[in-house]
Write a protein that binds this ligand. Structure first.
Ligand SMILES: [Fe+2]
Length: 387
C-alpha cells in the first residue's frame, strides 16, 4: 500500500461520520498541547513526535496500533509525510498525511445550512479550529456576510457557488481573537464593509458606520436585517436580527455564557455596558434563535452539528449569569472569572483596525488557536491545560 494525503475537510468529514480513524500528531509536545484537531465526537489521537521517529524509529512505530486507519498531522506537511513513509515501510496499510499541515485545519470552514426559505437561505460557517462561527445570508443573487475570517477565498468561492454577489459584510465587533476577512473581502469584491463606530472609529478598516435600529435589505424581496447595539464585550458590539427570527449575536449572547468584557483592559466599564445589554436582550422573545460568534464545546451544537439555540433555552442554560440581579454582582462575577488574554490579541486588534499589517506567515501564526472570548471559568481551565 502506498502513502496518500488528505485535506482538513476530509478529516472533519471522517469525524462527523464517526469513522474509525486514529489521528497521529507528530508535532512536538508543546505545540500539540497548545493546539490540536478536535472532533464533535470522541476519537483516538496519539502524539509521537517526528523527532522521536527519527531517533528511535522502532520504539515509535510500536506505539502506533496496527490495523487502524492512521491519519497523520504535523506542522507543515513534510514531517507527516516522512512518518507516513516509515509506517508504510513497517507494513501499515491505511496511512495518510494532512496536506498543508495543521494550519489548514485552523483555517477550515464548514458550511451548514441553518434555514432555507422561499426568499432566503441562511448559512453558518463553522471554523472548528477556532471554535467560531461566521454567517452568510443569501437572497436572490446577493449575499451578506457576518464576521468572515481571513480565509477570504472560501467566502468568495461560496458566493460564486450560490451565484451570488457579496453586497455587504458586517462585523459584530472589532475581533481580538482572529483576523477578520471583511476589509479584504470589501476590497476584492466591492462589497460594503459595515462596522460599529464604537469599535471602528479611528481605525483604517474602511467601514461604514452602523446605526442602532436601522434595517438592511436586499435589492429584491428578501429578509430584513435589523441592527441592535449590544455593547459590553466591546464598546461597539452589535447583534443582527435576521427576519425577526434569528439573532446573529457575535460575542454578546453565546450559547454558553456571554462574551467577556475584560479584553480591552477596562473590565469594570465594559462590564457595566454588558450588564445593561444583558438587561436589554433579556426582553427579547424566547423564540428568537441565537446564532453565536463562538462556542466553547461541541456539546452546544444540535444533532445536525449547528450552533443555534432558542433564547429561552439559552437563558435557562445560563441562569447563573442572566439571573444576576444587580450591576454590582455582575461586575463581581466578571472579576471572579477574569483571566489573562493571549498576547497575540493586541496585535490581532491592530490588524483588524488596519493600523498594522503583517506578512501572511505572521498572520497565520497570530490567527492559529482557539478563541478566548467567553466570560466563564471554562477557558481558564483550558489555559491550565495549555501550559
Ligand atoms: Fe470577540
Amino acid at each position: 500500500m502506498t502513502l496518500s494525503s488528505y485535506a482538513a475537510k476530509d478529516l472533519f468529514q471522517w469525524f462527523t461520520d464517526k469513522e474509525d480513524i486514529l489521528v497521529l500528531d507528530v508535532r512536538n509536545d508543546k505545540d500539540f498541547k497548545r493546539f490540536q484537531v478536535e472532533s464533535p465526537y470522541p476519537f483516538d489521537m496519539i502524539n509521537v513526535s517526528y523527532y522521536d521517529f527519527m531517533e528511535i524509529e522502532e520504539e515509535c512505530v510500536a506505539k502506533v496500533p496496527k490495523g487502524r486507519a492512521i491519519r497523520i498531522v504535523c506542522a507543515k506537511e513534510g514531517s507527516a509525510k516522512y512518518v507516513g513513509e516509515i509506517l508504510v515501510k513497517h507494513g501499515f496499510n491505511d496511512v495518510r498525511y494532512l496536506t498543508g499541515g495543521i494550519k489548514t485545519w485552523g483555517n477550515l470552514l464548514v458550511p451548514k445550512l441553518v434555514r432555507e426559505e422561499e426568499n432566503y437561505s441562511l448559512y453558518q460557517f463553522i471554523r472548528p479550529g477556532k471554535a467560531s462561527c461566521s454567517y452568510g445570508l443569501c437572497s436572490g443573487n446577493e449575499i451578506m456576510l457576518f464576521d468572515p475570517s481571513r480565509n477570504t477565498e472560501f467566502y468568495m468561492d461560496f458566493a460564486k457557488s450560490k451565484n451570488c454577489k457579496i453586497i455587504k459584510t458586517f462585523e459584530t465587533h472589532l475581533q481580538a481573537d482572529y483576523i477578520s476577512g471583511s476589509r479584504v473581502i470589501a476590497e476584492k469584491t466591492g462589497a460594503e464593509f459595515w462596522g460599529n463606530d464604537g469599535d471602528f472609529k479611528g481605525t483604517k478598516a474602511g467601514h461604514t458606520p452602523l446605526t442602532d435600529g436601522e434595517s438592511h435589505t436586499f435589492s429584491q424581496d428578501g429578509p430584513e436585517v435589523t441592527v441592535m447595539f449590544t455593547p459590553g464585550h466591546t464598546p461597539g458590539s452589535t447583534s443582527f436580527i435576521v427576519d425577526n427570527t434569528y439573532m446573529i449575536s457575535g460575542d454578546m449572547v453565546l450559547i454558553e455564557s456571554l462574551g467577556r468584557p475584560d479584553l480591552g483592559g477596562k473590565a469594570v466599564d465594559w462590564a457595566i455596558l454588558l450588564y445593561s445589554s444583558m438587561l436589554k436582550v433579556k426582553k427579547l422573545n424566547d423564540d428568537l434563535l441565537v446564532l453565536p460568534g463562538h462556542y466553547m464545546d461541541w456539546n452546544e451544537a444540535t444533532d445536525d452539528l449547528i450552533f443555534c439555540l432558542d433564547f429561552g433555552h439559552v437563558k435557562e442554560r445560563n441562569k447563573d449569569v442572566y439571573g444576576i440581579a444587580s450591576e454590582e454582582a455582575f461586575i463581581k462575577y466578571i472579576q471572579d472569572n477574569m483571566r489573562k488574554q493571549p498576547d497575540e490579541y493586541a496585535l490581532i486588534r491592530l490588524a483588524n483596525a488596519n493600523l498594522e499589517q503583517y506578512d501572511p506567515d505572521k498572520e497565520e501564526e497570530l490567527d492559529l488557536g482557539k478563541n478566548e472570548c467567553a466570560a466563564t471559568a471554562y477557558a481558564k481551565a483550558q489555559e491550565e491545560v495549555g501550559k
